[in-house]
Design a binder for this molecule. Sequence first.
Ligand SMILES: Cc1cc2nc3c(=O)[nH]c(=O)nc-3n(C[C@H](O)[C@H](O)[C@H](O)COP(=O)(O)O)c2cc1C
Length: 210
Amino acid sequence: MKIWGILEVEKNIIYEAIVTTSSDSGETNIAPMGVIFTGEDSFLLRPFTDTTTYRNLREQGEGVVNITRNPEHFILSILPPLRKDIALEDSRRVKTSRLKDAEAYLEFIVEKIMEDGGRAEVSCKIIEAYRGGELIQPYSRAAYALIEAAIAATRVRVFLGRERRLIELLDDIERCRRTVVRVASEGRFRTLLERLLEEVRRMIGHASST
Ligand SMILES: Cc1cc2nc3c(=O)[nH]c(=O)nc-3n(C[C@H](O)[C@H](O)[C@H](O)COP(=O)(O)O)c2cc1C
């Protein structure tokens, strides 16, 4: 299925993207989120109800899906002190800003919200879609291992009190760490990995000292 002539996707697959939303006061929030396409101009987001993304979607009813495969976007956006290092710029039709160097943008409005326990299903309608800067990057296992590690890292905080699940998450992160170290022993990917691991250690250390 082609989205506005720019994006080839399949229905019912979770794609990972960076969603920007804005608060009442106009502050931009940046978070990785899964996107599930349901039609040529519609998709679902499934934010946990305790996220800022969810609050902003409910209150402002709009946002931008920033299509990117750059692991830097995923890692920096989940590390609050580093989020400010992500460059933003004005979008075309929504007031929420977009990432400066994503590969494509889907500007959207919220059509329907359903809450189910701790998670919501937000139906969104694309009102503008266009390409960003073209990025031709050969496949690197490190890039995808980093994004996988980022997903596990965002769940660590949630499972701090549940030892078995926590161990599974730490195992996942360790597997990703080994891949990154093997194929990108130095450079930007390695630095991103170290920053992510620092944050995971900080969360675990903080939990065990309280
Ligand atoms: C690749 C990736 C995909 C993610 N998908 C989701 C998702 O679909 N729903 C969700 O609530 N959190 C998801 N997360 C976790 C959120 O990005 C994370 O909890 C974030 O801190 C929420 O930020 P916010 O409170 O600023 O909105 C994902 C994380 C990563 C790294």
